[in-house]
Design a protein around this ligand. Structure first.
Ligand code: URA
Length: 193
């Protein structure tokens, strides 16, 4: 465990713990306000993210940003976004269990430094890994569960919403619930500064 961001990021950027390192252009470490109390976690970088070194910058990311803006959240001010794996799986396949295992300590260290009050899992892979292995995201999205004092919620993955636009209203409800919960807990740092 690293107790400061500079050392953590520096070590992560040099990681070679699994085979994904061989195909990467960039390690996608994470983005956002490191003092925020709300964290979003996706599954892993896609092509655009690998090229830019930032999570959720493709079409899915643009949709995510729209939803965030609508509830006064912003990756540059009051949230932090990371992924389960920091390097792009080839052909955008799901990260393998052993790749997740090799990478998860980076995320654990990010959690340890941020100490989020709320974690939103973007999609099935993150929800299965962080919430429960048998989660049925189509049924259980939008529901908060308390895990050792951190509230966790899964929502549908932005890429899934691009494939099934009919699910967008249901996903947007999750963001409204998230906003309510943030206000209830008083944990929006943009409103505290
Ligand atoms: N999908 C993810 O899960 N994470 C990203 O960063 C981009 C797409």
């Amino acid at each position: 465990m690293y107790n400061n961001w500079a050392d953590l990021e520096n070590a992560c950027l040099q990681c070679q713990k699994c085979g994904l390192c061989s195909g990467r252009h960039n390690v996608v470490f994470g983005v956002g306000n490191r003092r925020s109390k709300v964290m979003f976690v996706g599954e892993g970088p896609g092509e655009n993210e690998d090229l830019r070194g930032e999570p959720f910058v493709g079409r899915g990311g643009q949709l995510l940003d729209k939803f965030l803006t609508a509830v006064d959240l912003d990756r540059r001010s009051n949230i932090y976004i990371a992924n389960i794996v920091k390097c792009r799986p080839p052909q955008n396949r799901d990260p393998l269990p052993e790749e997740q295992e090799s990478c998860i300590n980076w995320l654990r260290n990010q959690f340890a430094l941020i100490r989020p009050k709320i974690v939103v899992c973007l999609g099935r892979v993150a929800a299965m890994r962080l919430m429960k292995p048998d989660i049925k995201i189509t049924k259980e999205h939008g529901k908060f569960i308390d895990k050792k004092g951190t509230l966790m919620m899964a929502t549908l993955h932005p890429a899934a919403l691009l494939r099934n636009p009919g699910q967008k209203p249901a996903a947007f409800e999750d963001f409204l619930k998230l906003r309510e919960k943030i206000d209830e807990l008083g944990c929006d740092i943009a409103k505290q500064e």
